[in-house]
Design a protein around this ligand. Structure first.
Ligand code: 3H9
Length: 696
């Protein structure tokens, strides 16, 4: 072993000039991003490999937890600095000596592009590869769109580049993205391969040919990519570039790629998606909680094996917790067990997990009748019927049997958790863990702290979220917490639009064009109208009589139309396809007549701006009341729980760019027409007046 030769002192890239195979090691925590010093260090190292007659080949590997996870996203707001990553990567490919990438962790974005330009790639089985740039509103900017199709073909490249998904090493091997899996010593295997390549003709990715797609297949794929992008521009632009790789030489393709990358880098969509990226991470850091030690939690109890309870059980089992599910009767327990088993069976059928993994996870879940067996649990979550008295009675019983220190969580989506905590002898140990359905899929977790929840219980919620790979938002108690509270305002506005002249499919179409995956009426049909109906009936006696109340949904329910599950709701579902139903149109028109409103045609633009104003105003009230601490908490909830398009950055990030004045004008106008509940929030009024923004 020879001495270490640094490209320069203090560089995050070290060249260890072993003979005949040198090691280039990148060490730039936390994720080895290609910041400027990494780029210059890597370039210097490659130049030295080319120059030094003692070195016959090189391996590029990384220190720490991962291979290079991409360009440094924090540099994107600033002018690019030399050396540029595409030039560094081209120098790797052009090197006269074999260069092999040794990949552990994830090779993402620029990291994947470095690997693609090497002459061969070896990876650990747990390694992942991906070009996630579209998730940041970008296209790969250092050859990814041109080199990937040269290795894996156009179809696979289109899929990977436009979805941004990460493939595990086994799939990467199957696709031809890598050459070898390393099951023992990654660096040694890469060194051995590099040594074998010395003196042999080098396979330069940029020189490989790409088989073109026929025109009809290509245009069908591009159309599908645009449809799935729902308004995001990067996937379509990335697809164009990938397709160009079949007709342009590498350098011409890379010139086009660079132009597109730089254009998108300064786009509003990319700024919004970068905001989303950092906000998702920032929500986990809460002032005052950061330094608090969480309680150790491994054994989870779940009360209730309905849809929510089952989904929560799966989420915990997937994350390696010991789970015990309890129900009140054998019958309900068996139904829950069947539901959970069915979810895992489907995952095996679709190839998402192996049969062995299913069996392991099923074994992690125990089933019992009655709550008495929960006394050995570290944390118990209730997911029973949404009724305050039912939940209070359950918490009273749980409090009696659970030892001190066990955390008691409720999955309620609306109820006052202060009132639930008050029946226990340990209100400091009570917290809301509001999962979204399906709980094993949806990323968002609202952690609701009551007036008395202990700081280490909140910290435990945050640490659980991390282990569950969920995105947590900590909030305080109010009706519906952050997401459902905003949603109920947004839904009401959608119903007012119906009375004033729009039809359900027009509202849905306008919001789907805005970027939501589904409009509110289609969502209601999917979720079922009956639960919200039961809630409305329960709240009817306490409703403000001056409130503008739209009863179309009640009438649909009275007609037995509970949504998809009954074949009809806001739409008709003949053969599963959503269709406009004249019965609903008639109900809507009759509602306008009863209200004495002359129906008028309402533009998609008006629909979008009224809904946006309703969301932003309620979000400001939530901030005024300190239900959450920061605007980014609201943005993250809306993007991850309610489908607010991430390329808009969430409602408050977007409000800054739309301007708060027009939003306030819309709110004022609605307050005048819609009555109580629509008063403009103080925070909105003052910000609009002073020109302040949510994100200075
Ligand atoms: C690109 O590569 C463009 C090129 O094609 C062309 C260029 C010319 N930059 O997520 P974590 C930070 S675009 C800067 O909590 P994990 C992150 O903010 C890039 N910072 O860890 C966090 O900081 P903090 C394409 C980054 O283990 C810390 O690292 N690449 C970057 O759950 C830990 O991150 C991507 O889009 C970055 N690129 O997940 C990959 N990445 O502690 C984005 C992370 O202060 N990154 N940070 O909050 C990821 O997907 C995940 O971070 C990763 C690790 C899977 C790597």
């Amino acid at each position: 072993m020879s001495d270490t030769a640094s490209p320069h002192e203090g560089s995050p890239v070290r060249l260890i000039p072993n003979t005949p195979v040198a090691l280039i090691e990148i060490d730039n925590p936390p994720v080895n991003a290609t910041s400027r010093h990494v780029r210059s260090g890597l370039l210097a190292a490659i130049q030295e490999v080319g120059r030094n007659p003692q070195i016959g080949a090189a391996v590029i590997a990384c220190a720490g937890r991962t291979f290079v996870a991409g360009a440094d996203i924090r540099e994107f707001g600033r002018p690019p600095q030399e050396p540029h990553l595409p030039d560094v990567i081209n120098a790797i490919e052009a090197c006269s000596k074999p260069v092999v990438a040794a990949v552990h962790g994830t090779a993402l974005g620029g990291g994947c592009e470095i690997a693609l330009a090497c002459h061969a790639r070896v990876a650990e089985p747990g390694a992942g590869f991906g070009l996630p740039e579209v998730k940041l509103g970008l296209v790969p900017g250092a050859g990814g769109t041109q080199r990937l199709p040269r290795l894996v073909g156009l179809e696979a490249a289109l899929d990977l580049v436009t979805s941004g998904r990460t493939v595990k090493a086994a799939e990467a091997l199957r696709l031809g993205l890598i050459d070898q899996l390393s099951t023992a010593d990654l660096r040694q295997d890469a060194m051995d391969l590099a040594r074998d390549l010395i003196g042999r003709p080098l396979r330069r990715t940029g020189e490989c040919a790409v088989t073109p797609l026929d025109a009809a297949t290509a245009s069908a794929k591009v159309a599908d990519i645009h449809r799935k992008a729902r308004g995001a521009q990067a996937p379509g632009r990335a697809a164009e570039l990938v397709l160009l790789s079949a007709s342009l030489p590498l350098q011409d393709g890379m010139t086009r790629e660079r132009e597109t990358f730089l254009e998108l880098r300064s786009s509003a969509q990319s700024a919004a998606l970068r905001h989303a990226f950092f906000a998702e991470r920032e929500v986990t850091r809460l002032p005052g909680i950061d330094s608090v030690e969480p309680r150790p939690v491994q054994k989870i109890g779940i009360v209730g094996a309905g849809t929510m309870g089952s989904g929560i059980a799966i989420a915990f089992a997937d994350a390696g917790f010991d789970v015990k599910v309890v129900e009140a009767s054998e019958q309900a327990l068996a139904a829950g067990q069947a539901r959970i088993t069915d979810v895992y069976d489907k995952q095996v059928q679709s190839g998402r997990i192996t049969a062995a993994a299913r069996d392991e996870r099923l074994q992690a879940i125990e089933y019992e009748v009655g709550i008495s067996s929960l006394s050995d649990r570290d944390l118990v979550i209730e997911a029973v019927f949404e009724d305050l008295d039912v939940k209070r009675a359950l918490f009273r019983d749980l409090d009696e049997i659970l030892p001190p220190g066990t955390i008691l969580a409720t999955n309620t989506s609306y109820l006052d958790i202060n009132l639930i905590a008050a029946v226990t002898s340990r209100p400091a140990d009570v917290v809301g863990l509001h999962f979204f359905s399906p709980a094993n899929v949806m990323k968002l977790l609202e952690i609701v702290r009551t007036d008395r929840t202990a700081a280490d219980v909140v910290a435990t919620g945050l640490s659980l979220a991390k282990r569950l790979r969920k995105i947590p938002v900590v909030c305080r108690v109010c009706d519906g917490f952050v997401g459902n509270r905003i949603l109920s305002r947004y839904r009401l506005q959608a119903e007012y639009l119906l009375e004033e002249g729009a039809l359900p499919h027009e509202v849905d179409a306008a919001l789907e064009a805005f970027g939501f995956p589904m409009g509110p009426f289609a969502v209601s049909d999917l979720a079922g109208l009956d639960i919200a109906w039961a809630r409305r009936k329960r709240l009817a006696p306490t409703r403000d009589p001056r409130e503008r109340y739209v009863d179309i949904a009640d009438r649909l329910c009275e007609a037995g139309r509970f949504g998809r599950k009954t074949g009809a709701g806001w739409y008709r579902y003949d053969g599963g396809k959503r269709e406009v139903d004249p019965f609903v149109t008639e109900l809507v028109e009759e509602a306008s007549r009863r209200r004495g409103l002359t129906r008028r045609s309402i533009s998609a633009d008006e629909i979008q701006s009224r809904i946006r104003a309703a969301i932003v105003n309620e979000a400001c009230k939530i901030l005024d009341e300190r239900i959450v601490e920061r605007p980014l908490d609201v943005d993250v909830v809306m993007m991850h729980g309610y489908g607010y398009p991430a390329w808009r950055g969430g409602p408050l990030f977007e409000a800054d760019s739309v301007g708060l004045r027009p939003i306030l004008d819309t709110v004022n106008e609605r307050a005048e027409r819609d009555g109580p509940g629509w008063e403009p929030a103080d925070g909105l009024v003052s910000r609009a007046a002073s020109g302040a923004t949510f994100y200075p």
